[in-house]
Design a binder for this molecule. Sequence first.
Ligand code: ADP
Ligand code: MG
Length: 327
Amino acid sequence: MAEFALIELLRARCGIAREDVRLGIGDDAALLAVPLGQALAVSTDTLVAGVHFPHGTNSYDLGWKALAVNLSDLAAMGATPAWALLALTLPQADARWVEEFADGFAALAGEFKLALVGGDTTQGPLSITLTVHGLVPDFAALRRSGARVGDGVFVTGTLGDAAAGLRCLDKGDAQAERLNATPPGSREFLIERLNRPTPRIAAGLALRGRATACIDVSDGLVADLGHVCTASGVGAEVDAAALPSSSALLAAFDATRRRAFQLSGGDDYELCFTAPDTIATALLQDLARSGCGATRIGRIVPGGGVRVLDEHGNAIAVPQRGWEHFA
Ligand code: ADP
Ligand code: MG
């Protein structure tokens, strides 16, 4: 199968009709109409085989995840997904691989009526770069820079599942292997959280005009909340005991490892946000109604950096930095 047949295959499976796509795949550039009064939120992320996912990961999951991690950035800005560009580098033109990749991509794209409008197809070591475009009313986007002393710190969903899922794929991890004996589905649930993250788009929309700052948790809670603190010129305290856990995580790992996954594990793609406590009750109700609840996990304080406290209020040592390439 040659380059243009692969592109046609992607177009056929991922082409969603949208009125604002004046011209999609097939010309030298796509033509897209941004409505008046809306800002374009643009973000790009690359997944490299052997770095971001193990060699041999099935391509359906990769199609889903490549889009999910990008949509998560739009969610963190409070943007509505609209269009995407896909730069795909493949070792060989394997039609089955591309079909399944396209199906994983399309399954998530369809949920948000997101159209694939262009890209690039090249031969080389497996690498997937996606650029997503979202729309957000002028001046309504959520940023990292607005957290204020006294705000509560909140997180959607549950934390630590994806890092635990990664351990489940590790042969020889005693606790992860014990999972085979824990409640049915725990292991599958954790691995699914790793391979098919859910971008919190509806939550991002509900946070517009209400959260003072927002970020998606891709590199680990402490590292990502640290970015909010730096951008906002504040510090944060996190209550370790308040971190939300899935029942699968609780069933599978002891408290020490659970805490490590939740504070420093990456790949959860939940939203971490700050908001005044005066609006917390109404906000949490709206989030629950939008399909994804959130939990208060701490507060914004003067100073800088993130301090994690145990149930007695004593500081727990946690690495402040998440995953960094070239580190
Ligand atoms: P050009 O040579 O003008 O850059 P290409 O031959 O690379 O164009 O691509 C032809 C058309 O197919 C373009 O509209 C491009 O955006 C689209 N395209 C190429 N690769 C992909 C891909 N992986 N996913 C989606 N669209 C693609
Ligand atoms: Mg051209």
